[in-house]
Write a protein that binds this ligand. Structure first.
Ligand SMILES: C[S@@+](CC[C@H](N)C(=O)[O-])C[C@H]1O[C@@H](n2cnc3c(N)ncnc32)[C@H](O)[C@@H]1O
Length: 190
């Protein structure tokens, strides 16, 4: 596969991430590994967690040459605390674990339309990320879905540590931006 997601290239272009210092990336929700592979071109080390066994196995095969990506199968909230305890460098946390239809799965405790993002943030408090990026924020403000609100996310991040105000980043055609809600919220540790 080895495909780069241009949206993530655009995202990183908008942020002043010091890649000489922030050498690791932890991603929740691997899906087909395109994000993981894209991140592996920026970071020395990527660890990614996927709940769907089939998707996980496929990624192990697809990316077997990419030795700087570690694929973990399981629920993000069951694995994150241990994963971040073993991260030696300042790291970026990319939260993207949620049911997305097709061959994706979801944690029944969270539901088809929901995200474990608040619980995931709780898991990393013993080794705080230098950057936290929440993906697919547009889904979160949909009143018909069970995602936490942006306010809840900001509050949770503030409880974790001294993070700067979120940087909202958007991508694509502004005519199709839902209610002006950005695609990503990005928090930098002060
Ligand atoms: C939006 S996709 C991830 C896309 C990927 N990050 C990328 O950039 O290409 C969400 C993925 O999260 C997985 N998922 C859902 N709930 C999860 C959970 N609790 N823990 C880990 N993975 C989960 C789904 O099976 C799906 O593959």
């Amino acid at each position: 596969m080895n495909e780069i997601n241009p949206n993530y290239v655009y995202l990183f272009d908008q942020l002043d991430i010091d890649f000489d210092e922030v050498k690791s990336c932890v991603e929740t929700g691997t899906y087909e590994g395109v994000g993981s592979f894209t991140f592996s071109t920026y970071f020395d080390e990527v660890v990614t967690i996927e709940l769907a066994e089939g998707l996980h196995r496929r990624c192990l095969e697809l990316y077997k040459e990419d030795t700087n990506i570690t694929f973990i199968q399981g629920k993000s909230t069951d694995n994150l605390t241990d994963v971040v305890a073993h991260i030696q460098h300042p790291y970026l946390l990319f939260l993207d674990a949620h049911g997305s239809g097709g061959n994706t799965v979801f944690d029944p405790q969270v539901g088809t339309y929901g995200s474990p993002v608040l619980e995931e943030l709780e898991c990393v408090k013993s080794n705080l990320p230098s950057w936290i990026i929440i993906d697919d924020l547009r889904e979160f403000d949909d009143p018909n879905k069970n995602y936490p609100s942006r306010e809840q996310i900001v509050k949770k991040v503030a409880e974790l540590g001294e993070y700067e105000d979120p940087i909202a980043v958007n991508v694509g055609d502004p005519d199709h931006w839902l209610f002006g809600i950005p695609q990503w919220y990005c928090f930098k540790l002060s």
